[in-house]
Design a protein around this ligand. Structure first.
Ligand code: ADP
Ligand code: ASP
Ligand code: MG
Length: 410
């Protein structure tokens, strides 16, 4: 008998039929002798709808009330799923994040989990029931309802699996696993059988929308094995585990893209100690999430500094940079939102030379100009023009023959 945490995403329970399908699947899992704990997202696009309503009703949108509103989506879904399970003769009971023991900090709309005390969930399991937990929610140290942020249900599932010592955390979604690239961009994207936490973390940090990055981080930090799989075909998906030193390493395992970032350039800043410190302290204090920083070699005591930030932060970042132009001795500030970042990821590139060269040659052969480059031990990222994103992903996926199966480090 295994103890499984099964998380179902919004699309998986998008309408009453889907809800009943999921209930049927859970019932079959239970009848095979497993213990299951369910984590559920709001149905379909309900979270987006609640956010839209809030924008229509209010200009201020106090955080406490936003969290109360948004978590209602999951609350509805969990009660409905329990009803569908009852129809199948399965005793299920729903729990809010607070009831399930999720203690968080007080950051509304993006709360962090401080502790999970799942006593009621254990009691429910011991009584032979199926606990159904509302995803992405908890209760703060100030006793208010909190929302863990977009994609937070994945984190709920991973944290619960860790706290309960579950055998597996299964994340059910609308694709059959983690693919070598976005299957919407490349027809022959291939489902991976297995991937390491580190590679998946790089993927999610660089544009892969699933699973939520914070949940992958939590899983890696606590060693919670994940199985990303389909709630439509129910076939075996992708296993996410710690990198095993004996595991065969793909030189390149995936290509991802991110069109949510903009490039900011501060032109002609003075080349002397303290300038970068001053600029990035100012940006940090304004809460800007800076990534990919590039500084050129200076010419006649002046240099350009470029970096990327989420597009949503551009207005704010522009104000901060413009207020610093004079102190930095700079000529001006440019914001370019028509860019995208394309990244090639693979644990095997650590010990295999030539990956960067192949990336650059492939982009050059396709007339795709590289505007910025950054790397980690297992990733190479290039900033390109946004309209070229799809093409860049396609040619890189083809160049590394990712449709054919992983090329391994010998
Ligand atoms: P949600 O299901 O919460 O709406 P998204 O639709 O944003 O989340 O993310 C799920 C989608 O992510 C999948 O339908 C798939 O098309 C896309 N996707 C992008 N890159 C990948 C990848 N490498 N592997 C699997 N799915 C991916
Ligand atoms: N429903 C929330 C969202 O769409 C939380 C989640 O499902 O992860 O972001
Ligand atoms: Mg989707």
């Amino acid at each position: 008998m295994a103890l499984l945490v099964q998380k179902f995403g919004g699309t998986s329970v998008g309408d009453p039929d889907r809800m009943r399908n999921v209930a049927d699947y859970i019932a079959r899992t239970v009848r095979r002798g497993n213990q299951v704990v369910i984590v559920i997202s709001a149905m379909g696009k309900e979270t987006d709808e609640l956010l839209r309503l809030a924008r229509e009703v209010s200009g201020t949108r106090p955080g406490r009330e936003m969290d109360m509103l948004v978590t209602a989506g999951e609350r509805k879904a969990m009660a409905l799923l329990c009803m569908a399970l009852a129809d199948l003769g399965i005793e299920a009971e729903s729990f809010t994040g607070s009831q399930a023991g999720f203690l968080t900090d007080t950051t509304h709309m993006d709360a962090k989990i401080l502790d999970v005390r799942p006593d009621r969930i254990r009691a429910s399991l011991d009584a032979g029931r199926v606990p159904v937990v509302g995803g992405a929610q908890g209760v703060s140290t100030a006793k208010d309802v909190t929302f863990l942020g977009r994609g937070g249900s994945d984190t709920t599932a991973v944290a619960l699996a860790h706290a309960l010592g579950a055998d597996m955390c299964e994340l059910y979604t609308d694709v059959s696993g983690v693919f070598t690239t976005d299957p919407r961009l490349v027809d022959n994207a291939r489902k991976m059988e297995q991937i390491s936490f580190d590679e998946l973390l790089e993927m999610t940090a660089n544009g892969c929308p699933k699973p939520a990055m914070r949940s992958v981080e939590y899983a890696r930090n606590h060693g919670v094995d994940l199985h990303v799989r389909s709630a439509f075909t129910w076939e075996h998906g992708t296993l996410v585990t710690k990198e095993d030193p004996n595991m065969e390493q793909a030189i390149v395992s995936s290509v991802v893209s991110d069109t949510d970032e903009a490039k900011i350039t501060i032109e002609g800043v003075a080349d002397r100690p303290g300038i970068a410190a001053h600029l990035f302290r100012g940006l940090a204090d304004a809460g800007a999430n800076v990534d990919m920083i590039v500084q050129n070699t200076s010419l006649e005591g002046h240099t350009d500094i470029s970096f990327t930030v989420p597009k949503a932060d551009v207005p704010n970042v522009r104000v901060v940079c413009e207020s610093l132009v004079e102190e930095l001795g700079a000529r001006g500030v440019h914001a370019d939102t028509a860019v995208a970042r394309v990244s090639v990821i693979g644990a095997g590139m650590k010990s295999h030379p030539g990956v960067a060269a192949t990336v650059f040659e492939t982009l050059a052969d396709n007339d795709i100009n590289i505007e910025m480059i950054s790397t980690s031990a297992i990733r190479i990222s290039c900033v390109v023009r946004e309209p070229q994103t799809e093409r860049a992903v396609q040619v890189l996926h083809a160049a590394f023959e990712l449709d054919k199966g992983p090329k391994l480090v010998d």
